[in-house]
Design a protein around this ligand. Sequence first.
Ligand code: AOS
Ligand code: ZN
Ligand code: ZN
Ligand code: ZN
Length: 426
Amino acid sequence: MKIDKNNISDHNRKYKDSFQKEFNFVSGKLEQKGINIEQIVQKVNDFQVAIPSWALGAGGTRFGRFSYGGEPSSLEQKLQDVGILHSLTRSAGSVSLHIPWDIPKDIKAIKEIAKSNEITFDAMNSNTFQDQKDAKKSYKFGSLNNSDKEIRDFAVEHNREVIKIGKELGSKSLTVWLADGASFPGQLNFQRALDNTQDSLKGIYDTLPADWKMFIEYKPYEPNFYSTTIQDWGTSFMLANACGEKAYTLVDLGHHLPNTNIEQIVATLMYKGKLGGFHFNDSKYGDDDVTVGSIKPYALFLIFNELVYGMENNPNNPELAWMIDASHNIKDPLEDLLQSIEAILVAYTQALLIDQKELREAQLRHDVVKCQEIVQDAYRTDVRSILQAARLKTDAPLNPLEAYRSFEVRKNLIQERGSKTVATGL
Ligand code: AOS
Ligand code: ZN
Ligand code: ZN
Ligand code: ZN
């Protein structure tokens, strides 16, 4: 199934007038404030976020999984789904693969399909948190941190294999997320576990191609509930520094204890040029699989404020790898991803509206009230028509979710693939 361009034109004809009215109103107001709206529309157009291959199926909690129907059951079909998302938004031009769930059987054919969908390969993800069928070693008690050298070597070798596959596909980065840790006090010697992890990461880093980056993800808990070896940004940052200049910290929004000031973490890492990648999702308690922006949109905006500041003021920090990382089991996964893309772009655009010069002046005057006013004024601007202007420029539908429904994408996918489908993944 592919999105028909004629359907998009029809859709846009239908909504064009109401869009134009709204856009004129908002852009008029912003231009009065001296904001260059064309520049903002261009920045929105340029922003691309990678889709994780494991979010395309109705994923799971560990308690249950309810098939959505029409889910992709092969890498080919996953690429088609990302192609659909990209046609509907022009903001999802890359995919993040997971090995072994997405081992390509025919690299050439996979590259062809990706190309025809205008999709590139973003960060590759390794998996040392599950034992694969007939695996020679078990990760039950850790992978890169394991006290058993043979298990550590086995896990390092897997990561090298992932790099190899990624190289063939044209990816330029590896994300390492480890479940390694302990569920009970006394189970693990913290220092040895950390030392082993550092050694193992260096072993992976050594084989990283010159033009690649390695992202080290952290997470405070789950699946281990007492300690996780790479538990926080400080540990990740330290390990990235130990590995070298191609290693960076990756921030996953859901991987923080409640009320953590994530925007400050982002600022600190960018100040040191060590923020490499980003996983979007949201959480109320401690989860990492709820749709980004569904619970704490203001926090998301404040994070973007720091990201925008960092992108303008920290040339030592590389371009960021943006990625969505959420998957749960009740929504249509493609609709969920469309909502995610919208939420990310809304927060980004609002952050772009902050007058950094004015804010800086208010900060220097210690005018706390004015500072808050400036920040919140941007947050309270309805920027959705700016996103629409960006989509109109690239022939994407003005309202992606509405288009997805009226084009009956899911119905078509179910017809093609069946109603009892299981996507590989979590
Ligand atoms: C796990 O909690 C992490 O967020 C990972 O980034 C990711 O979800 C995993 O690698 C998917 O397999
Ligand atoms: Zn993640
Ligand atoms: Zn996570
Ligand atoms: Zn999760």
